[in-house]
Design a protein around this ligand. Sequence first.
Ligand SMILES: CC(C)(COP(=O)(O)OP(=O)(O)OC[C@H]1O[C@@H](n2cnc3c(N)ncnc32)[C@H](O)[C@@H]1OP(=O)(O)O)[C@@H](O)C(=O)NCCC(=O)NCCS
Length: 135
Amino acid sequence: MIGIDLVYIPRFTRWLSYSDNQLLTIFSCRELEECRRRTPKEAEFLASRFAVKEAFYKALSTTCATITHIQPFGLRTIARFVEITPDARWGCPLLLFSAQEFYTATGIRLPTLTAQISLSHDHDYAIAQVVITLV
Ligand SMILES: CC(C)(COP(=O)(O)OP(=O)(O)OC[C@H]1O[C@@H](n2cnc3c(N)ncnc32)[C@H](O)[C@@H]1OP(=O)(O)O)[C@@H](O)C(=O)NCCC(=O)NCCS
């Protein structure tokens, strides 16, 4: 299943003034640490990571829509469990999501899945596309 999201980067400049506690409802600790290393491109970093989370949520919604026992939940429930990390050799982004970790934290059982990600940003916009495959 596929999900895509396009975001306007300047919208995230305001997010840089939010407290860590507010940001941690969407982003992980590792992402906030990485964000601080991205000076002066912190807004671009937050924007592209947020686009990843929305694209993942859309792909996951489409996946879950075919599984009747999973009750719908919002983006905020899952956002902080979705992270990306660069591949050590090629630098391409790899999406990290653990259905087990999500279950432990929320009690929501999702199927085991893998997700592929592609990201791009240019001037004011960032875009992310996610493809989820059930294992
Ligand atoms: C899905 C969501 C992330 C979309 O993000 P957005 O930035 O507002 O909107 P975008 O422009 O990126 O995308 C809009 C498109 O996403 C699609 N879309 C909406 N909800 C979707 C979902 N759950 N999964 C996949 N695609 C979805 C729609 O087709 C929409 O286009 P349309 O209005 O022309 O039909 C956002 O609407 C959201 O968080 N929805 C969940 C709301 C929620 O928490 N619901 C609680 C359920 S219990």
